[in-house]
Ligand binder design. Sequence first.
Ligand SMILES: Nc1ncnc2c1ncn2[C@@H]1O[C@H](COP(=O)(O)OP(=O)(O)O)[C@@H](O)[C@H]1O
Ligand SMILES: [Mg+2]
Length: 259
Amino acid sequence: MGEKPKISIENMTKVFYKKNRSVTAIKEISIDIQDGEFVCLVGPSGCGKTTLLRILAGLEKPSIGNFTISQDKEDRPLQSMVFQEQGVIPWLTVEGNVAFGLNMRHLPKDVVKERTSYYLKKVGLEQFSNLYPKDLSGGMKQRVSIARAFANDPEILLMDEPFAALDEQNKFILQEELLSIWSETKKTVLFITHSIDEALLLSDRILLMSSQPGKIIEEKVIDLPRPRNMEQVRADKEMADSFVEIWNHLQDEVQSSRN
Ligand SMILES: Nc1ncnc2c1ncn2[C@@H]1O[C@H](COP(=O)(O)OP(=O)(O)O)[C@@H](O)[C@H]1O
Ligand SMILES: [Mg+2]
């Protein structure tokens, strides 16, 4: 502790203006995330999770407040993002997609080749490197996005419900693949999910958001030993209690937003 956080968000508020209306998407959010930490952001739909991630990705500007991402290596991108869907470029092959960011940075061909095939192997796509996205399943497309994000070697990874559209079996497999790559690379990850199970499995720490305007209302450290899998999460008494606690919080938030 006492070290400089990898991501520091200070008193951030975002207001959207639409014609004569304004929407406060997030309000006075302050978060510090340490280097190598895996943090999940959980909150009801519409509470501003994507907005916060888009701000960190540089796609939106905060109305108030600021953030910093500490840059350890100069020649590396600040952040890579993985979305729920549509993260692959349709006219590039699997390999081309994973190599895309590296090629944009004009890295030497052999470095691109090596790094691309390393991460393709990690997500089990090496035999599919010449396929195009139209020939891939949803799970395979998400694997491509994850391989690309890690291959870019960014300072931090931002993931917005990357597994939300997948079936349960695929989801479990991808969650474990992600954890395996993460444990090797020790990247700082901010991961959005509305699945409490997923947050318990993946996180060092869970941040719970209120309904609109999104604020951080609760923080939970998850100290289940790693490597983890979903069976362990389901079998652990403390995790079961955490599940209920988070569940109740979310219910309250959804309820209060209705009133
Ligand atoms: N570009 C935008 N213009 C206007 N309103 C927006 C825009 N983006 C998001 N919002 C609004 O901000 C709120 C939070 O949205 P979002 O960040 O997508 O929530 P979440 O990802 O938690 O479901 C919603 O009410 C949404 O309609
Ligand atoms: Mg969202």
